[in-house]
Design a protein around this ligand. Structure first.
Ligand SMILES: [Mn+2]
Length: 197
């Protein structure tokens, strides 16, 4: 089996990003985005999806968190796409309903090659968690869905605490992606009647 890894460096006037991803990892991460809460979320993504993730982001945080979070989503989405290659013999679909204290979060995704993004969160009570702007959750996952060519649905079924709601979305996404990227021994080729994903 080919190694399902990707390494990406991306530099713009707004961000400087270096990322390595191993889909078949053990959940080891080394993450420094300059935003403590974002690091906390990405560490959870790595740990709960069993993805090894090394990530260094030097963004224009003197402006705000926008470019740093959005560009990290673009790069992580692109890395997912690159690492998965032709997607032969993978489950393709994944979903998870994840509880975290009072919060219940839903994620469902299809590694279809066609980006689509649905984000059903009425509102986060807090505008910021630490240095992280909560409105960037939508931008981050939108960037992932387009970078990876993934149909991604995220929904908060219930919840009141913004930290819990965001963390539950990241973990539900991680577990869904882990499920969708697992191999199914019964399969030959890709899981599509069209013969390609
Ligand atoms: Mn937490």
């Amino acid at each position: 089996m080919n190694k399902r890894t990707a390494e990406i460096k991306r530099t713009t006037t707004e961000t400087d990003i270096t990322l390595t991803l191993d889909i078949d990892g053990s959940g080891v991460s080394n993450i420094d985005t300059g935003i403590g809460f974002f690091d906390h979320m990405l560490t959870g993504f790595s740990r709960h999806g069993f993805f090894d993730l090394s990530l260094s982001v030097k963004g224009d945080l003197a402006v705000d968190s926008h470019h740093t979070v959005e560009d990290t989503g673009i790069v992580l989405g692109t890395a997912i796409k690159e690492a998965l290659g032709d997607k032969a013999k993978i489950a393709r679909y994944g979903s998870c309903i994840l509880p975290m204290d009072e919060t219940l979060a839903l994620a469902a995704l299809d590694l279809s090659g066609r980006p689509y993004f649905a984000f059903d969160v009425e509102h986060f009570g807090a505008e910021r968690v630490g240095e992280f702007d909560t409105e960037m959750v939508r931008e981050f996952f939108y960037a992932i869905s387009y970078g990876a060519g993934m149909n991604l649905h995220l929904k908060i079924l219930s919840g009141t605490n913004s930290h819990h709601m965001i963390e539950a979305l990241f973990k539900a996404f991680a577990k869904s992606l882990d499920q969708a990227t697992q191999f199914d021994a019964r399969m030959t080729g890709v899981l599509s009647t069209k013969g390609a994903l």
